[in-house]
Design a protein around this ligand. Structure first.
Ligand SMILES: [Mn+2]
Length: 392
């Protein structure tokens, strides 16, 4: 008795500016490619059931190409595994905020996928001795939560849900998206499930024995660097889905080969260095990349770079890197200013605009944002709000 557990395909996700020859956003094509490969893998593994734990689509209203692609892939699954139940729940990304919008996921009902997009539902498959309690995002944010306990006489009791397990993630939240419903680890442990199939968190992870996040199939959050960092800490490389042997409780990672790699180069320190020296370090870091930077997604952080040094860098060479990579992000961070020194009394409280500027200077940013203008805009907004408040 084996089940395939997939989560967070985020079909229709777009990032960066490059397009394919047919005019599709390149990252959207990459994301579709990852899902197709996962479906290939599932078909080859011939599981008894397939669970897709939310965020099939990146948005509530996916584009027609994304819908057609998804439909084609589910159709392949359905044809290749005619006896296997396929259960699909809605995540926070593909749950409409209002009922009138309606869910696109209903489309997959017509080809024999068991879609649970609104209220929680218990699905029973007597031939397999399998019961699946499917809890979509909407059921978790409803005023009254469904009881989450095994029921019925089926020996295999599975819970699938899309949400954030409380207390699991680092306080800076660098690798988890906002918008997920919170679930306590105790609520998941209640009743002794055969397996809990989780969606929402994009890094594959065992929460407890027989309780897993499958993780996304590509880097589909605004901040891939946080995901990379956490993967490194967990000793993971890349993305994939899970093949679960239910009676044994054995979970096997099934990696998916991605179209390209995402690299966060080791951060450099600009302290006391000239622009020419930094130019050399930038070039050397890229040259040392295994497999090269061509068509890859790359970030280079350099700390302690004063504004004038940043301006003197070889921007022709940097533009060339940006053109050769799918995305090359040079993230220059200014030296941290110690405002206590020389300004006002020592230890004076910093103003709100100062705090905001400091925070925005250091926080992780989505790939295509220019930090300097982002910080400037944020500080301006806070100053304007303060002015308005002062003027009543
Ligand atoms: Mn997601």
């Amino acid at each position: 008795m084996k089940i395939a557990h997939l989560a967070d395909p985020h079909l229709g996700f777009r990032q960066y500016h490059r397009q394919t020859s047919s005019g599709l956003n390149q990252r959207e094509a990459d994301v579709a490619n990852a899902f197709r490969r996962a479906v290939d893998g599932v078909i080859a593994a011939r599981p008894d059931a397939v669970l897709v734990a939310g965020d099939l689509f990146h948005s509530v209203r996916p584009t027609n190409p994304a819908i057609l692609f998804a439909f084609h892939q589910f159709h392949r699954l359905r044809e290749a595994l005619p006896a296997a139940p396929i259960v699909l729940i809605a995540g926070n990304h593909d749950t409409p905020r209002s009922v009138e919008t309606g869910s696109i996921l209903g489309l997959f009902d017509s080809i024999g996928v068991d879609v649970v997009a609104d209220e929680a539902r218990r699905l029973s498959y007597p031939a397999l001795g399998l019961s699946v309690l499917a809890v979509p995002h909407n059921a978790l944010v409803a005023p009254e939560r469904p009881a989450m306990e095994p029921a019925g006489s089926e020996p295999h009791q599975v819970l699938m849900l899309h949400g954030e397990v409380e207390g699991l993630f680092p306080a800076d939240r660098s690798s988890v998206e906002y918008g997920g419903a919170l679930v306590s680890p105790e609520a998941l442990a209640r009743g002794g499930w055969s397996y809990v199939a989780l969606g929402h968190y994009h890094v594959q992870r065992e929460v407890a024995p027989r309780v897993w996040y499958a993780g996304s199939l590509e880097y589909v959050s605004p901040n891939p660097w946080g995901e990379l960092h956490e993967e490194a800490q967990l000793g993971l490389e890349g993305k994939g889905w899970l093949l679960v042997d239910l009676p044994a409780g054995r979970v096997q990672r099934q990696p998916v080969v991605l179209a390209r790699r995402v690299h966060d180069l080791p951060a450099l320190d600009g302290q006391g260095r000239t622009a020419a020296e930094l130019d050399q370090l930038i070039a050397a870091a890229v040259a040392a990349l295994p497999g090269g930077h061509q068509d890859q997604v790359v970030r280079q952080v350099i700390r302690n770079v004063p504004r004038h040094i940043g301006r003197e860098l070889n921007h022709t060479a940097i533009r060339a890197l940006k053109a050769e990579a799918l995305h090359y992000q040079l993230d220059l961070r200014r030296p941290e200013v110690h405002r206590e020194v020389g300004v006002g009394a020592p230890g004076r409280r910093r103003t709100l605009p100062e705090l905001v500027e400091d925070y925005l200077t250091r926080r992780l940013l989505p790939g295509d944002l220019d930090r300097e203008s982002f910080v400037r805009r944020g500080t301006e907004l806070v100053q304007a709000a303060e002015r308005e408040w002062a003027e009543g």
